[in-house]
Design a protein around this ligand. Structure first.
Ligand code: ADP
Ligand code: MG
Length: 255
């Protein structure tokens, strides 16, 4: 698959309903190569559902999702999932598989097993020691597991990296370190990245572009700078107010 001239990812009038509930409503959006996008919103606003339409964990009720110009609905699934790295909301490692088996699972399912050297390389990318490869997930800390999750998502040499609240369950220091690691990997591998988070501070600090979701819709699409300058509307500004108030309070305390 080659990069097309258009956006890496495009949602065209995407809707997903569960009975009367529109989990995702009328989302139209294009994401360009190299963007690091944060998708922010309250719990239940539709972030996970929207993300999952990309790798077909969720089939839209209406509309089209295009990845590198091709409708994902008609793309062969193993190849699609190889090109679209996905870090799950809950840690999502297979508990009965070792670290190296977890990392290698997606390429293996696509019929392209990973070499042991490549597993070592992936461990190094996420700053895990080589001897971790034979551990089982329950022998790792939360941060180490999430690093394995990122290594697994990178294993297929994806063009697009989707992360669903990847660091939500981690302590702030680990979370910060992993966020910066992912940002560096994004740059190094020319990835396009979408990171779901409910934390506006994390979004403002890491992303080039922030999408705000509410009730299944995208209600703001702004740069962090523009959000900090007051753009994006009421819901976005309500979310920006939280880290801003914290930052101001800390600044006052340190004077
Ligand atoms: P978020 O990730 O922003 O917390 P979700 O995308 O998980 O939100 O969910 C959006 C809405 O869709 C919620 O109201 C949720 O309860 C509902 N929902 C998600 N998945 C399902 C499902 N499989 N069946 C029924 N309702 C669902
Ligand atoms: Mg979610």
């Amino acid at each position: 698959m080659t990069h097309s001239a258009g956006p890496v990812l495009e949602f065209r009038d995407v809707r997903k309903n569960y009975g009367a509930l529109d989990a995702v409503a009328d989302v139209s959006l294009a994401i360009a190569t190299g963007e690091f996008v944060a998708l922010v919103g309250a719990s239940g606003s539709g972030k996970s559902t929207l993300l999952k339409t990309v790798n077909r964990l969720v089939e839209p009720s209406a509309g089209t999702v295009l990845f590198e110009g091709l409708d994902v609905a008609t793309s062969p699934l193993p190849a699609l999932r190889r090109r679209v790295g996905y870090v799950f909301q809950s840690i999502g490692l297979f508990p009965h598989m070792s670290v190296s088996e977890n990392i290698a699972i997606v390429p293996r399912l696509a019929g392209e097993p990973l070499s042991s050297d490549r597993v070592g390389e992936l461990l190094e990318l996420v700053e895990l020691e080589a001897e971790m490869r034979s551990r089982m997930p329950d022998e790792l800390s939360g941060g180490q597991r999430q690093r394995v999750g990122v290594a697994r998502a990178l294993a297929g040499e994806p063009h697009l990296l989707l992360m669903d609240e990847p660091f939500g369950a981690l302590d702030p220091l680990t979370r910060n370190a992993l966020g910066e690691r992912v940002r560096r990997l994004h740059k190094r591998f020319d990835l396009t990245t979408i990171m779901v988070t409910h934390d506006m501070a994390e979004a403002l600090l890491l992303a080039d572009r922030v999408l705000v979701m509410d009730g299944g819709r995208i209600v703001a699409d702004e740069t962090p700078q523009a959000l900090l300058e007051g753009a994006g509307g009421r819901i976005a500004q309500g979310m920006v107010a939280v880290p801003r108030a914290q930052a101001e309070k800390l600044a006052r305390m340190s004077r």
